[in-house]
Every structure is written in C-alpha cells, then in structure tokens.
Design a protein around this ligand. Structure first.
Ligand code: PMV
Length: 354
C-alpha cells in the first residue's frame, strides 16, 4: 500500500490591525484590510500531516485526536481548490508520470499545542496548516499569496499564517476574491526582538464565534462603518510604515488603539458582544500604567496589548524590556489560574531551561 504524506507546522498569527466584518460570507471577503504578526514556529502552533492513498475509503480529519467532519461547506471548498491546482500539475506537459493524487481521498491529522477556540486564533493556525500540508503533499508550484486565497476561504485570518513575520491581508476589491490575499510586509528577522506574551485568562471556548459576531456587528453597529471607512485605511498604511521603520512607539500605539476600536464595535453591536472580562480590563489598565511611567522616564512606550474575540491578552514588547514587563504581570495576575507562565522562572527571572 502506497501512502503519500507531508507534514508541516503553522504558527498562530495575532492581528495588530483587526479583521472584523465580511463583505462576502461564502468567500470570506473582509470589509477591511488587516495586519498581523505570525508567532515563531516554537510558540503556539498547529502540527498537521496530510496523507493520501488508494486504500483510503473517505476523506478523514483528526483534530486533537478526535475525528471531525470534512464535509463542512468551507472545507469542501478548500479541498476543491487544492485538488484543482493538483490536477493542473498532473495534466501539464512532462508530468504524465506523477501519481494522480488529486483522485485519492485524504487523511489529515492535526494537533494544536494550545486551547482551541479560546480567542487564540486556533482556526488560523489550523486552517493554514491544513492548506500548507496539502499544498506540500501535492507539490504545488503556486506562490504563498496564491495559496493564501484558498486558506482565506477556510478561515479568513488563516491566510495570514501562511507567511512568517509581519503580514498584511489586503482586502481587495473584486467580487470573486482573486485580489483578497496575504502579502509579506517583512520577515520575522527584520524586527526579531519583538516578543509576544500570551496571558491566558480563560481557556474556555468563546461564547460568540467570530463569524456570528462579525455578522451582528456589520448588521447593527453604527460605529462599524466609521471604523472601516475613516479609521482603518489610514491606520493600515501607518502600521506598515511603523513595522518597516521598526518604530515601536508608533506600532504599539496603533495596535492598542485598534484593539480598542474593534472591541468598541463589538460593544456597539445590538445586542452587545462582550469578549473582554475583568482580567482583560485589568491588563489594559496595567499596560497603560507601565507605559505612562516609561514615557515619563524616557519617552518610550514599552508594551502593547491586543485582544481577539476572547478575553486572553497578547502583549507585544521589545526583548530588552521583558523582565520589567513579566515582573509586573506576575505580581498582579498570579492569582489567575491557567495563566501561561510555564516558560518563565519568576524566582530567577529567566526562562527555565529545557
Ligand atoms: O478568521 P476568523 O473568522 O477566526 O476571525 C478572526 C477575527 C479576529 O481574530 C478577532 C481578528 C483577526 O484579524 O484575526
């Protein structure tokens, strides 16, 4: 029995300029462009293997050891697109010898090393890993931006996880989505000393999924139109510039403002959507306190928060300020259970070895 396999990992990406709103729910076309940072391969990530064989009787997907359906409209769409690209490879001149993988069923095995659906962008890592793994299995020659359009159909924000580092998702204008794709702003090495700290204040599944939350906001929020027309277009350009110039003050300010703007449109939805909880709000206040102090001392913002569709915080900071930031947060938030402090030895103030 011949089994063809490919394995990849795909890290979580955390938006610093949020995607919130769809103009086309089937194709996952957004109402605004967004920007994110893809965490390093060693952080939160999905590990996915894709395999195909003549012996497989159906398409199957194991997610965190549980058998899940592959018959969802989104996955059907994603597989159709990937198979089409593989067929193109198989039918092109000189490739007659290639096995007809496009005609075989797939077996996908995928595992996250973090809580699924707790506002930690698990769908982004999961869907991008699935698309990457199948593209690798099929040996597709297409560019990452091209493949990102397929990942986008599976889960909007997944398109950004195809790239490492600093990534933009250009919303595009076309109704068929052909220009709605992820592009690299800069690789991780461009600004390597930026660190992300994830404060898991709750590992529960979120109450309102991002898809239904977005729809409610688009339909009912008065602030929403102002955000997408008057705020985001300029912020998108400014944030790209701050990344290219490694201007942390600007990057941090824009990131925090955009998280607040996105959560305001959630609160302005009717009925309102609450993703933040009391811990999230304490984190926000603390970050502003830390920054006020350091701005007074040397004019520098040293830490930025951002929250997705859940209460967990992602903090961005430059590596040289790590101890200051971790010490403050440990003292104040050590009572929160489930806070992801595993990697840090707070007594010795360093990452634990091994
Ligand atoms: O791609 P989705 O449907 O999981 O939506 C992601 C929405 C946010 O995480 C809140 C923002 C973003 O740009 O990632």
């Amino acid at each position: 029995m011949t089994v063809y396999t490919a394995t990849v990992t795909s890290p979580v990406n955390i938006a610093t300029l949020k995607y919130w709103g769809k103009r086309d729910t089937k194709l996952n076309l957004p109402t605004n462009s967004s920007i994110s940072v893809t965490l390093s391969q060693n952080d939160l990530r999905t590990l996915t293997s894709a395999a195909c064989s003549e012996e497989y009787e159906s398409n199957r997907l194991f997610l965190n050891r549980k058998l899940e359906s592959m018959e969802t409209p989104r996955l059907i769409e994603v597989l159709k697109d990937l198979k089409k690209l593989r067929e193109k490879v198989e039918n092109s001149e000189g490739n007659e010898h290639l096995p007809k993988l496009s005609q075989l069923n797939l077996l996908i095995v995928s595992e996250n090393n973090f809580p699924t659906a707790a506002g930690l962008a698990s769908s982004a890592a999961g869907l991008s890993a699935l698309v990457k793994a199948i593209s690798k299995l099929y040996e597709l020659p297409d560019s990452l931006s091209e493949i990102s359009k397929i990942a986008r159909k599976g889960s909007g924000s997944a398109c950004r996880s195809l790239f490492g580092g600093y990534v933009a998702w250009e919303m595009g204008e076309l109704s068929n989505g052909e220009d709605s794709k992820a592009v690299e702003i800069a690789p991780l090495e461009h600004w390597p000393n930026i660190k992300a700290l994830i404060l898991v204040v709750s590992a529960h599944k979120k109450d309102v999924s991002s898809t239904s939350g977005m729809q409610l906001t688009v339909k009912t929020s008065d602030l929403f139109n102002y955000r997408i027309n008057n705020i985001v277009p300029q912020r998108f350009e400014e944030m790209k510039k701050s990344i290219l110039e490694k201007d942390f003050n600007k990057f941090a300010e824009l990131t925090m403002k955009d998280s607040n703007s996105f959560h305001s449109t959630c609160l302005d939805s009717y009925p309102p959507i609450f993703y933040l909880n009391d811990y999230s709000r304490r984190i926000i206040r603390l970050v502003h306190l830390i920054n006020e102090k350091s701005v007074k001392e040397n004019g520098k913002i040293i830490v930025a928060y951002t929250f997705d569709a859940g209460p967990n915080a992602v903090l961005y900071y430059e590596e040289e300020n790590e101890k200051t930031i971790l010490n403050v947060f440990y003292k104040i938030l050590s009572e929160v259970t489930g806070w992801d402090a595993q990697k840090f030895d707070f007594k010795n103030q360093e990452y634990s070895k091994g």
